[in-house]
Design a protein around this ligand. Structure first.
Ligand code: DQA
Length: 147
């Protein structure tokens, strides 16, 4: 059976490519989607990509993943550092969780050093640019193929 993996992006990531390119790079979210879809096809999995600026919508999507996805790759954006509600939703999810940050949050302001999501994540990626999404996808597929 082919697995479905959700790739979830939080607030402001719709502006990828335009927003602080010196930190987040020049690629857009559409570019990330194209690359992840191509990689998913070669790995034999299906990806569903979502982006929302709204915490509740992100939580609803995590709830959806309970029925629909074997793994979640999530870049919660600034909600990483603030949202107990997203952590609670991820704790109610049984599949694999990968936290993916484009920038190296540990090299940035101290308020970005703490993540609520890391306590639940099976893996954490930071500072690999937009390639991080593909690295998470490879890792998720590798673990799913052994499960
Ligand atoms: C981010 C890092 C967060 O601190 C920030 O609020 C973001 C993006 C990243 O991908 O590097 O919006 O998650």
């Amino acid at each position: 059976m082919s697995h479905t993996i959700f790739i979830l992006n939080g607030p402001n990531l719709n502006l990828l490519g335009k927003r602080q390119p010196e930190i987040y790079g020049a690629e857009t979210l559409a570019d990330v989607e194209t690359r992840c879809r191509a990689l998913a096809e070669s790995l034999g999995v299906t990806v569903a990509l979502f982006q929302s600026n709204h915490e509740g919508v992100i939580i609803d999507t995590i709830h959806r993943a309970r029925e629909e996805a074997a793994a979640i790759i999530i870049n919660p954006g600034a909600f990483t550092h603030t949202s107990v509600a997203i952590l609670d939703a991820l704790n109610a999810y049984d599949g694999l969780v990968f936290e993916c940050h484009i920038s190296n949050v540990h090299k940035r302001e101290p308020f970005r050093h703490h993540s609520y999501v890391s306590g639940r994540a099976d893996g954490v990626m930071a500072g690999f640019g937009t390639e991080g999404y593909e690295l998470c996808l490879r890792r998720a597929c590798s673990l799913l193929s052994k499960a």
